[in-house]
Design a protein around this ligand. Structure first.
Ligand code: NI
Length: 137
């Protein structure tokens, strides 16, 4: 583990109380770990904004009975093949499938892939979770 540095932070009492309430709700044991995670979260946002090599998870739900839908989803995945590391398909019920795809690559390519997948008619709901490879954190 890297050397830890201590530093002081000044803020309004009200703001600190709100912060303490929030981190307590989220189960943090102390302010330091909560603050570290907030900073990491901002670094990940920056990683995505600067189109760095990063990681993401795309999840979506669709009706597999819609003609041609599965073929379209597969075609796009082949187009973006190098970004895709793993995918999982769960047959939720008679109509609905849930798919999760794990991706790494340039942020804009991951976003472009997600936008293409989620905008297809028949994909009912989906979300790209912006993660990180962790190397800048
Ligand atoms: Ni299915």
């Amino acid at each position: 583990m890297e050397k830890t540095v201590r530093f002081g932070v000044s803020m309004e009492k009200d703001l600190l109380e709100k912060f303490d309430d929030l981190i307590s709700q989220r189960n943090y044991k102390n302010r330091s770990e909560a603050l570290r995670d907030l900073i990491r979260s901002e670094l990940v946002k920056e990683e995505w904004l600067q189109d760095q090599v990063t990681a993401g998870v795309l999840s979506f739900v669709y009706d597999h009975h819609i003609p041609g839908l599965m073929a379209k989803l597969t075609d796009i995945q082949h187009e973006y093949g190098p970004l895709i590391h793993a995918s999982m398909h769960i047959h939720i019920d008679h109509h609905n499938c849930l798919e999760t795809i794990v991706l790494t690559g340039k942020a804009r390519s991951i976003q472009a892939f997600a936008d293409k997948m989620l905008s297809i008619r028949g994909v009912k709901h989906g979300m790209l979770h912006s993660v990180s490879r962790g190397s800048n954190l």
